[in-house]
Design a protein around this ligand. Structure first.
Ligand code: PLP
Length: 448
């Protein structure tokens, strides 16, 4: 172990942690007792001191095939020597087209077109803008209202926090976009507690959309955006039949349906996209994270043929959609994406996740009788444990659990308030599921 004076290698501890204002982090607590990781391989991170940390959250829901997989590393290395940057405004590089075709091939129905960006937040804002522009271009410009859902998380752009349903995200900025409404959350502990997979109860929550249509009139509504499984607010699988019902109501009123699959895309629920698991074809799918296994930032929106084609009219020299990012389809991200998709195909990652799901769900449910557990939810290779909060200090128990998991158990996980969330790389073995759940169980006992 070396300090920074001796070098700036990955394992050198920085002398100064002050300058980096960390995102979505309790900065003061972190900097008192940092949780640093400097290397990673397969299912583990390693601290600068060399301590192994079991990755219980796939980095941030993104490292689906495990860390630092050689084919992805090699593809990035190779791409870096070929073309550092290539604009995709009025020019293009071959890998961008290849990757778009590969993603479209994986998507259900006629979700045939891909618009690239660099993150989930950008993907969400892109999809919302496409929805608005689509209605304008088809002569339905009064359709400007965007509908989200309580407890939804759609990133941190102005569009995303407006349709999102997390009060801490909305309180300060979420009201900047007017003309937004929300479906109610699909979570109802009284009827759903300790369910493996999608709850039987709650398809009727989709009928809320009828109420919203009755209130605002369909002619004012552009789109509805939902996560097939709410991730960031504590793993909320949608009830059986809910998404189909939502699709039917959207069809009835000409409203575009967007699935935010930034988390659920690329295997998390045992399929390339959750849309396939639920047998529903939305009008757009947002994706990010798993497309490159997190190795290079990338996001995108899959768009149905009819929506894309509606833009392809008028003089051919004119830009059809006034939208894009300098780094849309960056060559390094495309290389990482292609290598990641190859790896998923070669290792049957999604099938593995599907086969492992019942074992994972049973293992998580074994924590049911630990002290203070109020509910456990699982779906795909993802699980959450709700803990009873400490009196007068919501979120404190969750944070203590996060600290203890890292420092005492060698486990990285996510917390959402007092909910502990695990969502490991999809290559996790049964033994490692056992190890993860044991560590989690000890953490729950310690913070009780
Ligand atoms: N949408 C969903 C469903 C997410 O879970 C996330 C991030 O976790 C985002 C959007 C935002 O993605 P990013 O952090 O890449 O902007």
């Amino acid at each position: 172990l070396v300090t920074e004076g001796a070098g700036v290698g990955a394992d050198a501890i920085p002398n100064d942690l002050d300058a980096f204002w960390m995102p979505f982090t309790s900065n003061r607590s972190f900097k008192k007792r940092p949780r640093l990781v400097s290397r990673a391989k397969d299912m583990h991170y390693y601290t600068p001191e060399g301590r192994a940390i079991l990755d219980g959250c796939a980095g941030l829901w993104c490292v689906n095939p495990g860390h630092n997989r050689e084919p992805i590393v090699e593809a990035i290395r190779q791409a870096a020597t070929e073309v550092d940057f290539a604009p995709t405004f009025q020019y293009g590089h071959p890998q961008a087209f290849r990757l778009a075709s590969r993603i479209a091939d994986l998507a259900p129905g006629d979700l045939d077109h891909v618009f690239f960006c660099n993150s989930g937040s950008e993907a969400v804002d892109t999809a919302l803008k496409i929805a608005l522009a689509y209605h304008q271009t088809t002569g339905a410009g009064t359709r400007t209202r965007l509908i989200g859902r309580e407890r939804g998380y759609h990133g941190v752009g102005f569009g995303g926090i407006s349709v999102g349903g997390i009060v801490s995200n909305r309180r300060t900025f979420g009201t900047m976009l007017t003309g937004v409404d929300h479906l109610r959350s699909t979570y109802d502990r009284e009827h759903q507690a300790f369910t493996k997979g999608e709850p039987d109860y709650g398809a009727h929550f989709a009928d809320e959309l009828e109420r919203i249509v009755a209130l605002h009139d369909a002619s004012t509504i552009a789109s509805v955006i939902v996560e097939p499984m709410g991730g960031s607010t504590g793993v909320l699988p949608t009830p059986k039949g809910y998404l189909k019902r939502l699709r039917e109501i959207c069809d009835k009123y000409g409203i575009l349906l967007i699935f935010d699959e930034v988390i659920t895309g690329f295997g998390r629920l045992g399929h390339a996209f959750a849309a396939e698991r639920y047998g529903v074809v939305p009008d757009m799918i947002t994706f990010a994270k798993g497309i490159t296994a997190g190795a290079v930032p990338m996001g995108g929106v899959l768009v149905r043929k009819g929506i894309h084609d509606a833009f392809m009219k008028g003089p051919e020299h004119v830009v059809e959609l006034f939208h894009g990012y300098t780094y849309s389809a960056h060559p390094l991200a495309c290389a990482a994406g292609l290598a990641t998709l190859d790896l998923y195909a070669r290792e049957h990652t999604f099938t593995h996740a599907r086969a492992l799901e019942p074992f994972f769900a049973d293992a998580m449910m074994s924590l049911k009788d630990k002290p203070g557990v109020l509910d456990i939810r699982t779906v795909g290779i993802t699980g959450a444990v709700d803990l009873a909060p400490k009196e007068g200090a919501p979120g404190l128990k969750g944070y203590e659990a996060l600290e203890r998991a890292f420092h005492e158990e060698g486990l990285m996980m996510r917390i959402a308030g007092d909910t502990l969330v695990v969502t490991p790389p999809l290559i996790i073995s049964k033994d490692q599921v056992g190890e993860l759940v044991e560590k989690l169980g000890r953490v729950i006992e310690k913070v009780a």
